[in-house]
Structure formats: structure tokens, C-alpha cells
Design a binder for this molecule. Structure first.
Ligand code: ATP
Length: 317
């Protein structure tokens, strides 16, 4: 029995998956509470799909345990599975049915009937932003609309845990935004969401906590701010311009927030501990020392920097 803390919807402990000699998932543990969106962020092949397949009870784990709403999950377990809505990467919708007909079909499979089925279909169409296109055949939908309908199908039975496997892969930016907006609404409704992605912008926008996954292991886990602190949390300020940049560099080195000053072709690059707070003093100091500043840029660390710091690799291929 996995130890489940109060309000944990999902508790994963020591999860392992071996395929022959390959250990695809190597001792992964995390938990998600109701109303929380938890991200698994990692590159292709990191083990994200394998983890969610074990969480959803689709494949057996080689070791470790999964508990959903207090029930242990195994491939033969049915009660725990009822708490889960799984939205796989592959679309599972009928192209020759409308969105509403698709939802009704899948709703009936899940045991919904009559007014309850109609009402739930309307709620879900609203949540995924497809109410005005509900009567169109889905073969006429854009890739992003099909993805949203796929999410809607996973929501019909009001799961306590929704699992989304890279739902925005291959969709255009506008559709991606619509998908992200739908996901944002879910945690407001109190659902626990497990979200896998290799896009750090999505993890930053959606997830309350993020696990950085590489080669089957969680390298670090926490809020965006906690993870960024692991890199040392320093910002870079780029001062573009001309004039007496050498004198400005010397003057700026004397400011308490400034850790390092380098020059590049366009001006100066500073490493500072709290960029936004230090900015005004830096611009004034540079001007007083004879530099004519034409533009300023603050570069703050992001999850990409965290991934690089933890693994020595870039998150993107
Ligand atoms: P992607 O974003 O590409 O789907 P992922 O992070 O979801 O990547 P997984 O699909 O979980 O990664 O794969 C993790 C590792 O396990 C990979 O090296 C993959 O080749 C391997 N793997 C996955 N499924 C199997 C399988 N059925 N048999 C053998 N190896 C597998």
C-alpha cells in the first residue's frame, strides 16, 4: 500500500519500468493533490509516456507503487481507474461524427444516460471551448480542435485525476493557447492534473509543481521558483550602447548587486542577483560613467536553464 497523504489524489512511489536491459523509468516518486497541476518536463525518450502508462494502469510496473484516490493501481484494478481521465497523444475520436455525437458515444460507454449525459456533454463542450462548433463533423476540425475534443472525452466522467500526454504536440500556436486555457480551467474545478510536456513554456504557465525528468529519473522537483533557485538564480542584464563602456564597466563592478561585467560587440553584459531591482541603479551608473545606453534587456533564468544546469544538456533536440 502506497502511503497517501491527506488530499493526495495521486501518490507514486519508487516506480520502475524495465524493458530488457533498458530501464526506461528508474525509481520515480511524486504526489499530486486535488486542484494541483503537476508537470513532468523532459525531452523525447525521458520516460514520460511510460510513467503515465503505469499510473493509468495500462502497463504493469517492474517495481514501485501507484495509488489513485487512496486505491492501489494495477492493470487489473477497476475502481482506481474510474477516478482517472487519460488523454493520450493519439487521437481517439470518430471523424464522421460531430463533436457532440462523439461525446455522447463515449459518455454512454462510461455509463451516462439521458439528461445527465446531455448536461455533461454541454458542460464539457463549454469547458473545451467547442460549444459553437459542436454540430460540425470532426473531420472538418483543425488539429487543435480535435485535441480539445480528445481532452473533453477524458473529462466526461468527472475524473479526480486527469492525465494529459503532451496535448499540444503538432498544433498551431493559436490552438495551443486554446488547449492551455482549457487545462487552466480544470485545476480551478479542483481536479488533479498530471501534464507531460517537453515545452518548458507550458510547464511554466500551467504547472504548480514540476518534475524535471531525464533518462527515467526525476532530477529535481518543485515550483518554478524553487527549481530556478537551483541554478543560483542570477539574472543577466544586457546594456546596449556606446561611449565610454570601459569606464562604465569599472563603475558597475562596484555596485553590490553586480557579480560580473563582460563586454560584447553591442555593449555590456552584467550578471546580477536581482535584475529588476538593480536595473535603475545600473542604467544610472553606466550613464554617469560616460556610457550612452540605447537599450536594455533583462534575461531571467527559466526552466531551460534549470534543465541545462541539472543534466548538462539542452531540453530541445
Ligand atoms: P516521447 O516524448 O518521445 O513520447 P517519453 O518521455 O514519453 O518520450 P517514453 O515513450 O516513455 O519517453 O520512452 C522512454 C524509453 O523507453 C525510451 O528509450 C523508449 O525507447 C523506451 N520504450 C518505451 N516503450 C518501450 C517498449 N514497449 N519496449 C521497449 N522500449 C520502450
Amino acid at each position: 500500500m502506497v502511503q497517501t497523504r491527506i488530499k493526495d489524489v495521486l501518490a507514486v512511489a519508487g516506480l520502475v519500468k524495465r524493458y530488457g536491459d533498458l530501464t526506461a523509468v528508474d525509481g520515480v516518486s511524486f504526489h499530486i493533490r486535488g486542484g494541483e497541476t503537476f508537470g513532468l518536463l523532459g525531452p523525447n525518450g525521458a520516460g514520460k509516456t511510460t510513467i503515465i502508462s503505469m499510473v493509468a494502469g495500462l502497463i504493469p510496473a517492474s517495481a514501485g507503487t501507484v495509488s489513485v484516490a487512496g486505491r492501489d493501481m494495477t492493470p487489473t484494478e477497476t475502481a482506481a481507474k474510474r477516478n482517472i481521465g487519460l488523454v493520450p497523444q493519439d487521437l481517439a475520436i470518430y471523424p464522421d461524427l460531430t463533436a457532440r455525437e462523439n461525446l455522447k458515444f463515449f459518455g454512454r460507454l462510461q455509463g451516462l444516460t439521458g439528461k445527465e449525459l446531455t448536461g455533461r456533454c454541454n458542460e464539457v463542450l463549454d469547458l473545451i471551448g467547442l460549444s459553437d462548433r459542436a454540430g460540425d463533423l470532426t473531420k472538418k476540425y483543425s488539429g487543435g480542435m480535435k485535441r480539445r475534443l480528445n481532452i473533453g472525452i477524458g473529462l466526461l466522467h468527472r475524473p479526480t485525476l486527469l492525465i494529459l500526454d503532451e496535448p499540444t504536440v503538432g498544433v498551431d500556436p493559436q490552438s495551443r493557447n486554446a488547449i492551455l486555457e482549457s487545462v487552466e480551467k480544470l485545476s480551478v474545478e479542483g481536479m488533479a492534473v498530471l501534464y507531460t510536456t517537453h515545452y518548458m513554456e507550458e510547464a511554466e504557465r500551467l504547472c504548480d509543481r514540476i518534475a524535471i525528468l531525464d533518462e527515467g529519473r526525476i532530477k529535481a522537483e518543485g515550483t518554478r521558483e524553487q527549481l530556478i533557485r537551483l541554478t543560483g538564480g542570477v539574472d543577466r542584464i544586457k546594456l546596449h550602447g556606446g561611449g565610454n563602456t570601459a569606464r562604465a564597466a569599472d563603475a558597475l563592478r562596484g555596485l553590490p548587486a553586480v557579480q560580473q561585467v563582460d563586454s560584447d560587440g553591442a555593449g555590456l553584459v552584467l550578471t546580477v542577483s536581482d535584475g529588476p531591482t538593480a536595473l535603475a541603479g545600473i542604467v544610472t551608473g553606466a550613464g554617469d560613467a560616460g556610457m550612452s545606453v540605447t537599450s536594455v534587456e533583462i534575461v531571467r533564468p527559466d526552466l531551460e536553464s534549470v534543465f541545462l544546469h541539472l543534466t548538462g544538456k539542452a531540453l530541445r533536440d
